[in-house]
Write a protein that binds this ligand. Sequence first.
Ligand code: FAD
Length: 485
Amino acid sequence: QRSLVWFRRDLRCHDHAALYHALRQSQSVFCVFIFDRSLLHGLPANDRRVRFIHDSVHELRANIEQQGGCLLVEYADPLEAIPRIAAALEIDAVFVNHDYEPAAMARDADVAHTLSQSGRAFLSSKDQVIFEKDEVLSQSGKPFSVFTPYKNAWLRQLHADGGDFYAKAYPVSDYAAHFASHPSAPLPGLAEMGFSADDAHKMPVPAGMSGASSLFHEFIGRMQNYDVARDFPAIKGPSYLSVHLRFGTISIRSLVRAALQEIRTASQRGAEVWLSELIWRDFYFMILHHHPSVTTHAFKPDYDAIQWETGPQADALFEAWCEGNTGYPLVDAAMRQLNQTGYMHNRLRMVTASFLIKDLGIDWRRGEAYFALRLNDFDLAANNGGWQWAASSGCDAQPYFRIFNPVTQSEKFDADGKFISRYLPQLAPLAQLAPRSLHAPWKASPALLQQAGIRLGDNYPYPIIEHEQARQHTLSRYAVVKKPG
Ligand code: FAD
């Protein structure tokens, strides 16, 4: 059998389900990656993700070639390219890993259909998650919509055979002899595809399998403190692996194995909490699978009745939020982190999302779309899950009457203003002089502001909304979802 492995969001050549199955079942395995014209079209020239993918594909190709294989790379439309390449190489079966996003599933169905017309198989495997679709169900056989029982069932299932079967690695290298070589053209250039190759648009994290591996090894040493450190954006608490999980430069199974190992050897709370986050990731993929309507609608249907602010005033507020000009330092520093680096700390994603929805009264879908454009790790399932959580419209979301206070969040999670000062240097002197005043500069005395060189309305904005009023407004906006009686 001659096979083709089509890489998409799984840019690694170890512990890779599709590659393993292809190599095990075939005599000759070719590999391909397509820079999808329709997906890239319309992205800004400085999109960091394209650069990350390009660097990662480059490394992937070198690794596959070292093992005697090849990775064909084209800038094309996969609906046309995959059947064409499969025909030219006389391929019997195309192997891929499952993608759970509705648009990608439709694309795969179209490619599979075209391939079938020339008698070629399209074989898809689970790879991105530990458990997918219907693999973790409640006792009554239904998909879960609450996280904790899902997590408990997930863990039970993982340990069911006593050997963590679902987290085992696929031993790709055992079958490396089946890689087939093929002359390869140079990678399509970033400029040729309309993107900048300027290092200024590089992500702050290293790309490729090697980048993932170095980040992960560095994080293992910090995992024990994750439960306490993860909430403070000024310190290195989380793993920063999300972009690698997004593009598959690291295997989810290797992360779960490492977390289990830490839990077993040191029974660390940090590792348990981190594993929980990886389970949230599976949870949101499962929700998207069972409820694809969440991409446009509230998970809880009655929340679709909420009337959001629209019109020029709302547009101006939205713009101030996007640019980090709300007058609330923590919100502004977070939005600047997103705009400048493509990353935003999880605590701040919650704070900024809540601010847009529950302080400014703007539809969560607008914020979701802005994050989708800017986040290096943008992932439809997790992003939608996060936004619907903040909007209270999601499954297992926070209750609608729980409204983050952007000032107290700031006092609690960036008490000395280190994070704020990094992204809003004009406020740094205030952090030095009177850190408590930093979180709500409009309340500081004119003398203090003057001493710190802050001119409200000039080098830092006045707050664009008054939180307490906004809170009351939100409670009445959400009254439509209150159950009668
Ligand atoms: P760590 O804290 O080290 O967590 C490890 C991994 O667990 C992450 O890389 C991620 O894959 C997963 N994870 C952690 N938290 C969550 C979560 N709440 N939901 C699902 N998976 C999680 N995550 C994305 O990967 N892509 C997104 O587009 C995205 N959008 C979000 C939008 C909002 C409004 C919110 C509140 C959260 C969003 N998250 C998203 C979840 C979370 O903020 C990021 O996964 C996390 O900040 C990434 O940083 P890290 O890799 O250092 O995470």
